[in-house]
Design a protein around this ligand. Structure first.
Ligand code: T4K
Length: 395
């Protein structure tokens, strides 16, 4: 640590503070779980021996069975990534016209609608949960509305009961983008139990991953059949193709990686919970800084650790903190800034008017995703806090 003079007001006594050392290697917002390489090689040997690399092979079937078990779901469809899974969900549910969604998300969410020739209609979010505000949905419903695409952002469950009520009242389909929500539960119920379909992402940046990958979980067996057809070109059998499907299949190498990372998930969840506890304790006293908290009836997916920096109360704003952390080799992320409604491809939509999305704009200007992965350890988390403390002047 270096000792430096703290910024003091004219005439005030100068405080001397220790500047924390920068990390030697870059610290990213996340790191993928990597199973023992020999164990992975064993799976590769099986795959080589079988000479079967894709198209619902034994590894993919085994992973599907494991996930059905874990998610307590009657059926799970694996995909090559979460975005294609969502595109297929929208196709399978025959969404058309307009679908109401959130602007506070990753680009994949509204893009999935565009790829289905559906216009995204952005509704504002709830100030506490940052998920689609059910009260903002109803005023946006028109004769063209066919569905709601809501996001369990950071694994925070949407208000599923209120959303279902609106959907039922207007005959709308509900799709949940649960890219961040693997392992989330509401009152002990798996998050995938709600809506018509839920997508999970198994991208390398997700706690449970298959390098690239994803899944759709639905409860209706007819819908499941349709999804299985759509993800395999619509092929019913060797001589019958019944619908214009796509190639959404997960391959055997992805599935083998998934079988191994699945065994590591609970340990990783515990390691992340310990890091979260350090962040919560150490950052609590910093003026203007609030950890984003989940309600007690929710099982945390442990996907991200988010802080909010309140401009009016903090000594530095979110953007300054984000930039200055880089000096310590810490690469936090602004998930999610900018809002999707501000992208050049969506800006001209009537629903993108910032005046109708005040909460989303506020959230997007305040959030910062901190490094959150088991390998960081409690010591690493403390060092991240030292840097934040120092930058924000409370050390
Ligand atoms: N819906 C929502 C709400 C989503 O958040 C996402 C994806 C999707 C849908 C689509 O699901 P997928 O089709 O991806 O299954 C990352 C992920 O690529 C993306 O999957 C994720 N959301 C998003 C929130 O995060 P970027 O653009 O931030 O990725 P990148 O490359 O900047 O990676 C972030 C950090 O992770 C890096 O700074 C370092 C670390 N990293 C990344 C990779 C790929 C590693 O350490 N190792 C790696 O292999 O989007």
């Amino acid at each position: 640590m270096k000792t430096v003079a703290a910024v003091g007001e004219a005439g005030a006594s100068v405080r001397w503070r220790k500047e924390p050392d920068a990390f030697q290697k870059p610290v990213y917002v996340t790191r993928p779980l990597l199973p023992n390489l020999d164990n992975f090689k064993d799976h590769l040997s099986d795959i080589w021996e079988a000479g079967w690399l894709s198209n619902s092979g034994s590894k993919a079937r085994a992973l599907e069975a494991e996930l059905r078990d874990r998610l307590r779901a009657p059926q799970v469809s694996l995909f090559n990534n979460g975005t294609i899974a969502l595109i297929v969900a929208a196709q399978a549910l025959k969404l058309s016209g307009e679908v109401i969604t959130t602007p506070f998300t990753f680009p994949a969410t509204p893009h999935v609608l565009s790829w289905n020739n559906v216009t995204p209609v952005f509704a504002d979010i709830d100030p506490e949960t940052f998920t689609l505000d059910p009260a903002c949905i109803e005023p946006l419903i028109t004769s063209r509305t066919t569905g709601i695409l809501a996001v369990h952002v950071y694994g925070m469950p949407c208000n599923v009961h209120a959303i279902q009520e609106v959907a039922d009242a207007y005959g709308l389909k509900v799709i949940y983008d649960g890219a961040h929500a693997f392992g989330s539960e509401i009152d002990g119920q798996p998050i995938t139990n709600f809506g018509d379909a839920t997508m999970l992402s198994f991208h390398a940046t997700k706690l449970f991953h298959t390098a690239e990958g994803g899944a759709l979980v639905v409860r209706d067996p007819h819908l499941h059949k349709r999804i299985e057809l759509l993800k395999n070109f619509g092929i019913k059998n060797e001589f019958q193709v019944t619908m214009p499907g796509i190639n959404g299949k997960m391959n055997e190498i992805q599935a083998a990686l998934g079988l191994l990372t699945l065994e590591m998930v609970e340990g990783e969840r515990r390691a992340r919970a310990a890091i979260g506890a350090v962040y919560r304790e150490r950052l609590a006293g910093i003026s203007g800084l609030q950890p984003f908290e989940l309600p007690t009836n929710v099982r945390n997916s442990q996907q991200y650790f988010i802080i909010r920096i309140k401009k009016e109360a903090a000594s530095v704003d979110r953007d300054t903190l984000y930039e200055r952390l880089k000096q310590y080799n810490i690469f936090a992320r602004k998930y999610f800034y900018p809002l999707c409604s501000d992208y050049s491809c969506y800006r001209s939509l009537p629903s993108s008017n910032p005046a109708s999305l005040p909460v989303a704009h506020q959230a997007s200007s305040e959030v910062l995703s901190l490094p959150f992965f088991g390998e960081l350890g409690v010591d690493g988390a403390n060092r991240v806090c030292d840097a934040i403390d120092f930058i924000m002047g409370s050390a």
